[in-house]
Write a protein that binds this ligand. Structure first.
Ligand code: TXD
Length: 321
């Protein structure tokens, strides 16, 4: 028997469910816990996997000094009442594969896990990570029928962070001093807005020649593939988990951060009925506002090309569901 039979106060921390205990899911769980953002329910279809990861993470709690509870489970009842559900379940790319090669297999997985999680957390905000990102975000929205402001996809923060890193490396400046903005679909059709990329407010176009900028943009476009090729098995997960935790933090703490996320467009940027990467203010209600930045004709055209590709993939994804 404990000498402390009852704890004096019963305060409940917010609960975040992370679906998929693979590389991204487990790293995100670690980030959320170690930043003391919330308790985490980590769920996977593989028995023992989320339980093992959760136990391993919690065994570091006394060293990392956080207060978050982490449970690993195969049972959706344990995810009940989550404020945020993050979906990472699905297959990652293999070398040579594009994100779009994952459409049908991941759509089935994402649809299934969304329905189960939604049953237990009907008021949650859903953050989607599984690829192809913009398409899977649409699938989650369709499966829940929630107001679209409560659904978003993580890609723009990662793409912007990759470009930020490459610019800082090239110029030899502190990464934190570089500010970048990448819109559009996650993948080859992402649209870096170079006019809005700065080093402490100085546009990068004044600091680098066109050829250098184009090389860094190309590396950003291929940022995921570059890591897939190096790792040979699986894809990137540290930077993706950091990116998702930034979004989770802005929502849970109602920070109103302006972050690029795949959000539902209903006329913004001249696009309708599609989730696509745009700058969003993220707070406790989800996507609270979409910022429409001024685009040149060329940028607008590129955004619409990106949207067209996403839309035709959405049609493919929805067929089998
Ligand atoms: O920017 C982005 N949005 C991305 C997206 C950045 C990085 C990774 N991105 C995508 O996330 C990637 O292409 C994959 O589609 C997902 C997950 O990537 P991760 O690297 O974490 O894949 P893993 O390690 O293979 O983990 C997937 C887990 C694994 O443990 C499976 O058992 C689990 O998903 N899984 C399921 N869990 C629950 N329920 C079902 N049905 C299920 N099926 C698989």
């Amino acid at each position: 028997m404990s000498v402390f039979p009852d704890s004096p106060i019963t305060c409940k921390a917010p609960l975040v469910t992370v679906i998929g205990a693979g590389n991204v899911g487990r790293t995100l769980t670690q980030r959320i816990a170690e930043k003391n953002l919330a308790d985490v329910a980590l769920i996977d279809v593989v028995e023992g996997l989320p339980q093992g990861i959760a136990l391993d993470l919690i065994e570091a709690q006394g060293i990392e000094l956080h207060d978050s509870q982490i449970i690993g489970t195969n049972n959706y009842a344990d995810t009940a009442g989550s404020e945020i559900v993050v979906i990472t379940a699905g297959f990652p790319r293999k070398p040579g594969m594009s994100r779009d090669d994952l459409i049908q297999c991941n759509a089935k997985i994402v649809a299934e896990v969304t329905k189960k999680a939604f049953e237990y957390s009907p008021n949650a905000i859903f953050v989607v990570i599984t690829n192809p990102l913009d398409v899977m975000t649409y699938v989650v929205w369709k499966m829940t029928g929630l107001p679209p402001q409560r659904i978003m996809g993580m890609a723009g923060v990662l793409d912007s962070s990759r470009l930020q890193t490459f610019i800082a490396m090239e110029l030899g400046v502190c990464t934190a001093d570089v500010s970048t903005l990448v819109l559009g679909g996650h993948g080859d059709l992402m649209l870096p807005l170079l006019r809005y990329c700065t080093v402490r407010g100085v546009p990068i176009t004044e600091l680098m020649d066109e050829a250098t900028i184009e090389r860094l943009v190309e590396r950003t476009r291929n940022g995921g593939a570059e890591i897939v090729k190096l790792l040979q098995t699986g894809g990137a997960y540290f930077a993706p988990a950091s990116s998702a935790s930034l979004m989770v933090e802005s929502i849970l703490r109602n920070q109103s951060r302006l972050l690029p996320a795949a959000a539902y467009l209903n006329g913004e940027y001249g696009l309708h009925d599609i989730f696509l990467g745009v700058p969003c203010r993220l707070g406790c209600r989800g996507v609270e506002h979409i910022l429409e930045v001024k685009l040149t004709d060329e940028e607008r055209k590129a955004l619409h090309v990106s949207a067209k590709a996403v839309r035709s993939n959405v049609d493919v994804a929805l067929v089998g569901l």
